[in-house]
Design a protein around this ligand. Sequence first.
Ligand SMILES: [Fe+2]
Ligand SMILES: [Fe+2]
Length: 155
Amino acid sequence: MEWKDRYALGIEAMDATHREFVDLVGALSTVADDAAISRLEALIAHSEAHFEQENRWMKESGFPPIHCHVGEHRRVIASLKSVLFLARRGNPGLARIVAREMATWFENHVATMDAALAAHLRPWFRERQTFPGSGKAQESQEAGAFARGPRRAGA
Ligand SMILES: [Fe+2]
Ligand SMILES: [Fe+2]
């Protein structure tokens, strides 16, 4: 699996995480049996953090289809964990099969659920960066100028 431009959703943190996901799935798809379990564990650790971050953004921003998207993440983690269980029991080759499944899953997930989330988050991030940020910056600049004035005068 390789990165494709159409995966980019225009939110830097999300795109960086998705690049990492694509790299991990790509590596897993051709992994040797003796490295399959550690590679699979790495993909699971990444996916848990990746999905938790998206779940947190959904919650904080009030994303309407949150349950659908969170449920999808939960199902993927459960599948990966059951494959890990079987791989540990002597079927390491399953890791390569699940990598191909994950590549197909991601193609669809990024184009639908993650794309919808990104479209919802873009204005939300913009507002958070613009309104609270500039307000605070202005306030603290004024407070700073005010505080510096008397101190300098007193020194
Ligand atoms: Fe994602
Ligand atoms: Fe997602």
